[in-house]
Design a binder for this molecule. Sequence first.
Ligand code: LLP
Length: 424
Amino acid sequence: MTATAANLSHVLPLGSRVNARGRLEVGGCDLLELAREFGTPAYVVAEDDLRARARAFLDAVSARHRDYDVLFASKAFPCTAVYRLLAEEGLGCDVASGGELFLALRAGFDPARIYLHGNAKSEIELHEAVAAGVGYVVLDSASEIERLERVAAAQRTRQAVLVRVTPGVAGDTHHAISTGQADSKFGFSPHDAEAAIGRVSAAAHLDLVGLHCHIGSQLLELEPFVAAVRTIAALGDFPVYNVGGGLGVAYTDSQQPPAISEYVETLVAVVHRELRTDVRLLFEPGRALVANSTVTIYTVQSVKENVSTWVAVDGGMSDNLRPMLYGSTYEALLAGRPLAPASRRCHVAGKHCESGDVLIRDVPLADPAPGDVLAVPVTGAYGYSLANNYNGVLRAPVIFCREGTARAVVRRESYDDLAARDLE
Ligand code: LLP
């Protein structure tokens, strides 16, 4: 296979193109110029792509269902500029910790449209959420029911809640990102959910409005979503249902995820069939909103031939842990000559002191050499959020690009940042 910008167009952000100088452009910005201006590695985000996918979700749902909300599962890309942009587009927000709640509020989300998740929320996090006036808290365990009741009573308020159900449905995805199976740390089994529903209904300061389920992530088939809705439909009749996130994206040329509209169509249809047409329906996408908006740019530091060709770049598992955690695959291309025949199979290795720090195996590249800028598409979801400082590597900046204008919305870390929390 030869990888070129042409056949990678479905993994590159919308509007990407090869410019008159024969170089790859994202959001109207030449990636080589971005590398020069902002350094590498860097997350390069096409702002229009983010907006287009947010609109695709909103349009798909609003065309089919009256009472809805689309929530940004913010763990996928929790940076202020992304929160702001998606709030501006009219999305609500899913947060899974006090930290994400802080960021979502700071970025301007209406607290009433923020939903707090988590299988191990602390009492402090519950206090913060209730005090902020979040829309719903999604209850995940029996002990949390008592804890939240205490917190809401102390604040003399009633808190609206959803009960998270683990429907016993496992989608075809990596086990580490499957959450719907019976033996999961998340939520209540359908059997335990019945008891939980009873206890929440009896709690004086909790207002049970509905059910939530999220069966896993990077799902490329729709059937498990349908099965999950069928299971939760058997648990009673509630005004609100949150069907979670999980829609997969194309990381490589060969992956064909359902379109956002197809996914929404299927879910709305099963909700109308198994529940009612007038429920409040919540969607909670993370990856499908943000993954394809972003390309990570790296600079090649060395090319080594032994049994394989090893192309080492200036980032790695500190900016993208996904290949190491889930065996995820990616494409790559040289930003300076994306149309050149990519005839050499290479392993793209990171700079970290681990043999497992390999970003991509067996990717065809066009004679890479030190100094080349390498672009790895589809890094918008769970790249920035899983980033770390292993080996004292500085976390990468986030660059927003639109119509040829680039601005850093998160700066690169500095050496001082590495020592910023040290007390001695
Ligand atoms: N709702 C809940 C309750 C979730 O736990 C998640 C993701 C989502 C929504 C959004 O799921 P998405 O639409 O992004 O699939 N770090 C892993 C993914 C972990 C997903 C965690 N929960 C990865 O990089 O693949």
